[in-house]
Design a protein around this ligand. Structure first.
Ligand code: PEP
Length: 254
């Protein structure tokens, strides 16, 4: 049985006071015990959210970085390493988000190094994959997603692969209010699991959690979770509001 995992990607939103307000509100809400929750604040707010989680005795709610560099330390101005994120209290890191691929020119090869760096630094990577609208219209969605998974995990040992989470995020669905059809997301999850099986065998393929991301909200979460291959969500916009995010975490299968 794979434990569902729902992650909040706050992107470049929330200062420290807002992050604390979110945490206090969110932690007062009823959350199901069988869903793993990950909050990925901006780096500057990680310590504040960690403080709120500790004060509330909620170390079961995990922290994640939104990105990490592949090296452990060195002359990489503006970057942080997996070791540093771990030191700050993170258990996860988003890697290869489409905004980083598109706006910061991250290639599949760089993403692969980050996935390996995250694992080496003690973090579980949330590897984001997904096709653009142009790739989808050209009939390339499946080959793009398969390539991103294969290359992204090319530096991962089979013994570590079960720690990886994969987020299928069609780029055209992110922040647009136009989510993928749940059945299409389910098909993408099957494709991804097939690639995992080729690379690491059926045991790993069945244990890796696959999230859907792209305009998830409290109204559609249950439909995505009804797809057998989808084990959770990576949530951007709707994760900024504690009430909405708590309703997403507390989804009911439709
Ligand atoms: C994201 O950026 O990972 C994301 C899924 O965003 P949104 O939920 O806003 O579409």
């Amino acid at each position: 049985m794979r434990t569902p995992i729902v992650a909040a990607n706050w992107k470049m939103n929330k200062g420290i006071a807002e992050a604390v307000d979110f945490a206090r509100d969110f932690l007062n809400r009823a959350l199901p015990p069988d869903v793993e929750v990950v909050i990925c604040p901006p780096y500057t707010a990680i310590a504040a959210v960690r403080g709120e989680l500790e004060a509330a005795g909620r170390s079961d709610i995990r922290l994640g970085a939104q990105d990490v560099h592949w090296e452990v330390k060195g002359a990489f101005t503006g970057e942080i390493s997996a070791f540093m994120a771990r030191d700050a209290g993170c258990s996860y890191s988003i890697v290869g988000h489409s905004e980083r691929r598109r706006m910061f020119s991250e290639t599949d090869a760089m993403v692969a190094r980050k996935v390996a760096g995250a694992l080496a630094g003690g973090l579980a990577p949330i590897l984001c994959v997904g096709e653009t609208a142009e790739e989808r219209d050209a009939g390339l969605a499946e080959s793009v997603v398969a390539r991103q998974v294969r290359t992204g995990l090319s530096g991962v040992q089979a013994s570590d692969a079960g720690r990886v989470v994969i987020a299928y995020e069609p780029v055209w669905a992110i922040g647009t209010g136009r989510p993928a059809a749940p059945s299409d997301a389910g098909r993408a999850a099957r494709l991804i699991r097939g690639v995992l099986e080729e690379m690491f065998g059926v045991g790993v393929a069945e244990s890796v959690r696959i999230q859907y991301g792209g305009s998830v909200d409290p109204g559609n979460m249950g439909e995505f979770m009804s797809e057998p291959g989808i084990d959770g969500a990576l949530v951007g916009g709707a994760s900024l509001d504690p009430e909405k995010f708590a309703r997403i975490v507390g989804y009911r299968r439709s």
